[in-house]
Design a protein around this ligand. Structure first.
Ligand code: GLN
Length: 190
């Protein structure tokens, strides 16, 4: 069972992609909903709003515990912002689990959104489509954090222990390979 944080943003598209992968998912709005989840997705959306709602619903302790348990967590776009330890442009708090710096809205505004082909050699994944929508950019990574995808010389995807974060939206295309690879390599790998 994959939990998808469903307090704001694009959770429905992740669930649709997981459906296509033949994997059960559920919407997570309350701490109790995490109990039977094998992994969690933090979707794209508006990270400031998500953060406020996480605080308002007092979800942070349960989310912290979930991540600390070692279960896989995937953050896409705003989800990647929530995961990163240092957030700039503008500065804001985060869940702070991932040793990385991330700059919000690094490619401009909504009209500057674009689709790009990405590859993830770590997962033997070539040429999958990814949408960048008011996308952030990793400006620095630390410690054991590894790069899993790039756009030119920019870091677009990283992995740190059980955490995966990408600055794009792999769930907004018909291509399910990114999610399948994450499920195979990070969620159901044992
Ligand atoms: N720019 C948004 C933010 O800072 C993220 C955009 C997205 O998730 N597509 O939260």
């Amino acid at each position: 069972m994959i939990g998808v944080l469903a307090i704001q943003g694009g959770f429905a598209a992740h669930r649709k992609t997981l459906d296509r992968c033949g994997v059960a998912s559920k919407e997570v709005r309350l701490a109790e909903a995490l109990e039977d989840c094998d992994a969690l997705i933090l979707p794209g959306g508006e990270s400031t709003t998500m953060l406020k709602l996480i605080q308002a619903f007092d979800l942070k302790p349960a989310l912290d515990q979930f991540a600390a348990s070692g279960k896989a967590v995937l953050g896409t776009c705003a989800g990647a912002i929530l995961l990163s330890q240092r957030v700039t442009h503008p500065e804001q708090d985060s869940l702070g689990w991932l040793p990385a710096d991330i700059e919000r809205n690094a490619y401009g505004s909504q009209v500057d959104s674009f689709t790009e082909s990405q590859s993830c050699p770590t997962w033997n994944l070539a040429e999958y489509h990814a949408l960048f929508i008011r996308a952030p950019r990793f400006t620095n990574i630390q410690g054991e954090t590894k790069v899993i995808s790039r756009l030119g010389d920019q870091i677009t995807g990283v992995q740190y222990r059980n955490l995966t974060a990408v600055t794009y939206h792999p769930e907004l295309t018909d291509d399910t390979r990114f999610h399948r690879a994450w499920l195979d390599h990070c969620v159901y790998s044992n």
